[in-house]
Design a protein around this ligand. Structure first.
Ligand SMILES: CC(C)(COP(=O)(O)OP(=O)(O)OC[C@H]1O[C@@H](n2cnc3c(N)ncnc32)[C@H](O)[C@@H]1OP(=O)(O)O)[C@@H](O)C(=O)NCCC(=O)NCCS
Length: 148
């Protein structure tokens, strides 16, 4: 897949095109992957089902990574970013749209975590789970379900 966007930008899921140094430089400073090393990022990339890069010419200006659990058709969206100087022009929406809808996981159940970008993901069909879902782990406090 290779998709040309306005303004000379391009989306591409070709793994060999990913600039590991560039994505590590951003992600290691992010709130969710603070301190992540180049080696860790490389391993995560290798273990991921799909990597989508946003490029301007040869420069990597954005990225998204998909983890996929085939036996349950569940996909997790990770490591989404667009470089600061290119934000606010719809590139983030197109990056996520391509990652979610453009690849082989379009019909999966998609999961993600975000501190503050709920509106972005809502544009692409993400919503809050219904009462059938329960989660356990970091940031989750155990509570009796209100719908037993
Ligand atoms: C999230 C990110 C990829 C969005 O990229 P972008 O190119 O600016 O996004 P778009 O221009 O396509 O904006 C799409 C929508 O995202 C939401 N959005 C964008 N910036 C936002 C912000 N600072 N706060 C809350 N919502 C925001 C808005 O709903 C926006 O649509 P609107 O302008 O019509 O309201 C980018 O801001 C980024 O890389 N942020 C830092 C890393 C990050 O937080 N990644 C997401 C982790 S879950």
């Amino acid at each position: 897949m290779r998709r040309v966007l306005d303004g000379g930008f391009e989306l591409d899921d070709e793994r060999s095109r990913i600039d590991l140094d560039a994505i590590t430089a951003f992600l290691t400073e992010s709130y969710w992957a603070e301190g992540r090393s180049r080696e860790e990022q490389s391993r995560l990339n290798d273990e991921s089902a799909r990597l989508v890069g946003l490029y301007r010419g040869t420069e990597q200006v954005g990225f998204a990574r998909v983890s996929y659990w085939e036996t349950r058709n569940v996909a997790f969206l990770n490591d989404v970013y667009v470089l600061d100087e290119h934000r606010g022009h719809g590139l983030g929406v197109e990056l996520v749209r391509e990652t979610v809808d453009g690849g082989p996981h379009a019909d999966a159940l998609w999961l993600l975590r975000t501190n503050d970008m709920h509106r972005l993901y809502a544009k692409l069909g993400f919503g809050l789970p219904d009462e059938k879902w329960m989660v356990r782990g970091r940031g989750v406090s155990a509570a009796a379900p209100s719908h037993p």
